[in-house]
Design a protein around this ligand. Structure first.
Ligand code: URA
Length: 440
């Protein structure tokens, strides 16, 4: 056995670790034999020294093997097992539509999602704004819903990649989260434990993303694609723009209402539509559900326009304890008592949005959490957010604020005005998909 301090020293001094070193370290991480101080020192050594591809694959493999790995081979699924993962943004409710869309075109989506933390929203919090929705079903119900409906979106279970849970908690408090190899192994260990055949990563870049700089987002996307494929999980990534909220709504119940409008065709935000379809095309081609992206796009559009994707969403919600009539009764989602419009004080064009600040407005309204165990208010948030490039005469509406009380609405209004830049000229158009990374 190699003492953990030797493994830390080797990495600290810039050496490459062997698969055996890494397996041993992860075994100690899981069993608790390696102390919190040693885990933190290891994380900091990797933060500064990095990891080569083989080390990163070995870390992913070892963390995947630290717990259960779902096996869908006996579930009788007649299609590929697929999933999408996003690095997080504001108004990013893609999962709510994409999972049922993929189910509608013949894929199976066992989506294990997280809660929001910081300025970004979490899919689980959004779904929990639906009365009765059980985001932590037992393994049997989860499996049954994936098998019979085609998709189930649930929370992280204790038995999947437990080594990552301990490692991430220590990284979170030791300023070692922002390391490409550690993020890569963390995300992929959980995804591989879900037993997927294919994964698409949505790596966000911009003012509302965890990585502002597209070059950094691209480097993360490249590493994830290489390591995932190296570890046997067929993966592509898209680097997508997060310089404005993706949906026109931000906040839990408001994003669910927006997703229902999207699925039923009542309203579809154009950038959200582009991102969702682009990610869906990757999954369909990775999973062999379409030969080309053009064919995939046609299939996804049909799934939406025929109402099949909406029906899949409704069936998933009902099977997991929510109401049977969610599509017809979105008005029963929680509603905040105070609703105010935020108007533009100087006319022009919406030229820029500090999207992180917008995410923090939702957080300060009570729609997000500053600590992982804090409660959230599902009803609050923003809706009808204007798009960058929109002409905004004086008095036109930037967005609506949904708040618990007048004071909160007033504070939010000020912060939103400060976060939105109105200019005399429209800014150049920005594509939603900045780059494809993977096999194309
Ligand atoms: N999300 C994860 O799951 N892990 C990381 O390390 C960062 C983001």
């Amino acid at each position: 056995m190699i003492p953990p301090q030797e493994i830390i020293r080797r990495k600290r001094d810039g050496g490459a670790l062997t698969t055996g070193d890494i397996a041993e370290f992860v075994a100690g991480l899981s069993s608790g034999a390696i102390t919190e101080g040693q885990v933190a020192a290891f994380a900091m050594a990797v933060f500064f020294r990095g990891m080569n591809r083989d080390e990163c694959v070995a870390l992913t493999d070892a963390m995947t093997a630290s717990g259960a790995v779902l096996d869908w081979s006996s579930a009788g699924l007649h299609g590929p097992v697929l999933d999408k993962h996003s690095t997080g943004g504001v108004g990013d409710n893609v999962s709510l539509m994409l999972a049922p869309m993929i189910a509608a075109v013949g894929g199976f989506v066992p989506m294990i999602s997280g809660r929001g933390l910081g300025h970004t929203g979490g899919t689980l919090d959004k779904l929990e704004s639906i009365a009765g929705y059980n985001a932590t079903p037992d393994a049997r119900l989860f499996r049954d819903v994936v098998r019979t409906v085609g998709c189930a979106i649930i929370g992280q279970t204790a038995d999947l990649a437990p080594a990552d849970r301990r490692f991430y908690a220590i990284r979170d408090v030791t300023a070692t989260v922002e390391s490409i190899p550690l993020i890569t192994a963390s995300i992929l260990s959980k995804k591989r434990a879900a037993g997927l055949d294919g994964l698409v990563m949505d790596v966000k870049a911009g003012s509302g993303a965890f990585m502002n700089d597209p070059a950094e987002a691209r480097a993360l996307a490249r590493n994830i694609v290489d390591v995932a494929n190296g570890a046997g999980l067929s993966t592509n990534a898209l680097v997508t723009d997060m310089n404005e909220p993706l949906a026109s709504a931000a906040g839990n119940a408001l994003e669910v209402a927006n997703a229902i409008e999207f699925l039923t065709g009542a309203h579809r935000d154009p950038r959200l539509y582009e991102a969702t379809l682009a990610l869906g095309c990757e999954l369909m081609t990775l999973g062999g559900l379409a030969a080309t992206r053009v064919e995939a796009r046609e299939g996804l559009s049909r799934a939406l326009d025929s109402g099949v994707a909406a029906e899949k969403f409704a069936r998933m919600v009902h099977a997991l304890g929510g109401p049977a009539d969610i599509l017809e009764r979105a008005d029963r989602l929680p509603r905040a008592p105070v609703e105010r419009v935020v108007t533009v004080e100087t006319g022009g064009y919406l030229a820029g949005v500090d999207t992180r600040a917008i995410g923090l407005v939702v957080l300060s309204l009570g729609g997000g959490r500053a600590r992982a165990d804090a409660a959230i208010d599902h009803a609050v948030g923003l809706s009808g957010f204007a798009r960058i490039g929109d002409e905004m005469p004086v008095g036109s509406i930037l967005c609506r604020v949904h708040a618990r009380d007048e004071d909160a609405a007033m504070i939010a209004t000020r912060a939103i005005r400060a976060a939105c830049h109105v200019a005399p000229e429209p800014p150049p158009a920005r594509p939603v998909v900045i780059e494809h990374v993977g096999r194309f």
